[in-house]
Design a protein around this ligand. Structure first.
Ligand SMILES: CCOCCOc1ccc(-c2cn(C[C@@H]3NC[C@@H](O)[C@H]3O)nn2)cc1
Length: 448
């Protein structure tokens, strides 16, 4: 048997997000978010699913913490519902909402689990959307107010903070491709939202340095990997262009203080323009303590004129697909991580999301036999170990997700959890992958 062994100081975790697990959508003073409005609009989410009840973690968070404790993880990455703590989007706090997260944080600490807070995981208060949402620069300032209130409320107990989750999804997937909330299909809107998200990130980082000087802050972009179909410059350039949309567009501003000119010009050809104000790039490129990386899948990329925005077609590496239809490309994970180090140097990296969708149910004997998810995790953790041994400074690995939850436009059908959720009874059932992951976390190694 082959053993894969990780450094003793690698941190292990599990992740969730507020709109995907909490429920209690109109309880405890919470106001509606853009995802409440989007999911309640017929046709936007599979099976008409909404986050109204989700996994009922608003009421069952203590059970969730026990699942984390028995998993043996060091970290729990969760997000705060902005509209639960600031129902008006700004102004005064809703104390009941603040208390919910305070209770969760205390429960985690009492069980020796480090909280890692994501401030923005896509659930913008609807009241702010109605004032222009992220297309308006004002929302970046509203985000600063929200972030400062959260730093004040939890900075005494929480050291690890993430400003933005997957800004590509929150900007282009949501405002150009129209797949996520608010469901716009406007490239200029996507460009404006992307920039304002990054301005908001910079404003929060700047304030964080004053408010929690000993804390660690970063953000969590998502990336894939496109391997050139051939060594031809056509194929290589096509892959670079396509990956630039999620990589350089959101990383160059932070680590270089610039936007990638190739994409700026490509967007200008589509009549979409950056609206950068004086000081923005200095603000966005403030040093951060780590970069979160969310990785799920990849493909082989080949130049094809007229295909999409970047003249590239994606070819699956092989016939394997997860139950959400994504190819499995663990080699791409290794390549993406070493490519980040080659591009941006030794930026400390947390894998803030990696996992697979497999829609197993609980069987007669109470087990959930998700061997495919175990195989996916083994393949990707092997790539992670290879990247670590190649010198990529990986701080931690956080599996997506602790539990099955509301997978955005796919609803509840698509299951990413190591814990199965019965969405009628909210019963939690650890899957085979839960026990496998617990052993891996405990032993810092696994056998292939
Ligand atoms: C027209 C083309 O559009 C096709 C759909 O395009 C995408 C791309 C990417 C995703 C996607 C979903 N996830 C998992 C989440 N990460 C954050 C956490 O909340 C998980 O639930 N990551 N990326 C979905 C859809």
């Amino acid at each position: 048997m082959t053993k894969i062994t990780f450094p003793e100081n690698l941190k292990w975790g599990a992740a969730t997000a507020s709109y995907q697990i909490e429920g209690g959508a109109e309880e405890g003073g919470r106001s509606l978010s853009i995802w409440d409005v989007f999911s309640r609009t017929p046709g936007n989410v599979k099976n008409g699913d909404t986050g109204d009840h989700a996994c009922n973690s608003y009421h069952l968070y203590k059970e969730d913490v026990q699942l984390l404790k028995n998993l043996g993880v060091d970290l729990y990455r969760f997000s705060i519902s902005w509209s639960r703590v600031l129902p008006d989007g700004t102004g005064e706090l809703n104390e009941e909402g603040v208390q919910y997260y305070s209770n969760l944080i205390d429960e985690l600490i009492a069980n020796d689990i480090e909280p890692m807070i994501t401030l923005y995981h896509w659930d913008l208060p609807q009241v702010l959307q109605e004032k222009g949402g992220w297309e308006s620069r004002e929302t970046a300032h509203a985000f600063l107010h929200y972030a400062q209130k959260m730093f004040e409320a939890y900075g005494d107990r929480v050291n690890n903070w993430i400003t933005m989750n997957e800004p590509w999804c929150a900007s282009f997937l949501s405002n150009y491709l129209g797949v996520h909330a608010p469901g716009k299909q406007d490239l200029q809107a996507g460009v404006d939202v992307a920039h304002n998200l990054m301005v908001a990130h910079g404003l929060a980082v700047k304030s964080f340095r004053d408010m929690i000087p000993e804390g660690k802050i970063g953000y969590a972009p998502n990336i894939g990997w496109l391997e050139p179909y051939s060594p031809s410059e056509e194929d290589r350039a096509a892959c670079r262009r396509s990956m630039m949309w999620q990589k350089e567009w959101f990383m160059d501003p932070v680590f270089k203080g610039t936007y990638p000119d190739t994409l700026v010009k490509l967007f200008e050809k589509e009549n979409a323009y950056l609206h950068i104000e004086d000081g923005d790039m200095d603000l966005i490129s403030q040093p951060i303590d780590f970069m979160g990386i969310n990785f799920y899948t990849g493909a082989i990329g080949r130049y094809k004129e007229g295909e999409g925005l970047f003249d590239v077609e994606e070819i699956a590496p092989d016939e394997r697909r997860t139950d959400i239809g994504w190819p499995i490309y663990a080699e791409g994970f290794y390549k993406a991580l070493t490519d980040l180090r080659d591009t941006y140097g030794d930026v400390p990296i947390y894998i803030t999301e990696n996992g697979a969708c497999y829609n197993h149910e609980v069987e007669e004997d109470g087990r959930v036999r998700d061997q495919e998810r175990i195989d996916y995790l083994k393949q990707h953790l092997t790539s992670l170990d290879r990247a670590i041994k190649a010198g990529v400074p990986i701080e931690g690995y956080i599996v997506w997700s602790l539990m099955d939850n509301f997978e955005w436009a796919e609803g509840y059908e698509k299951r990413f959890g190591v814990v199965h959720i019965d969405f009628d009874t909210f019963e939690r059932t650890p899957k085979d992958s839960y026990y496998w992951y617990a052993d891996t976390v405990k032993n810092h190694e696994f056998e292939r």
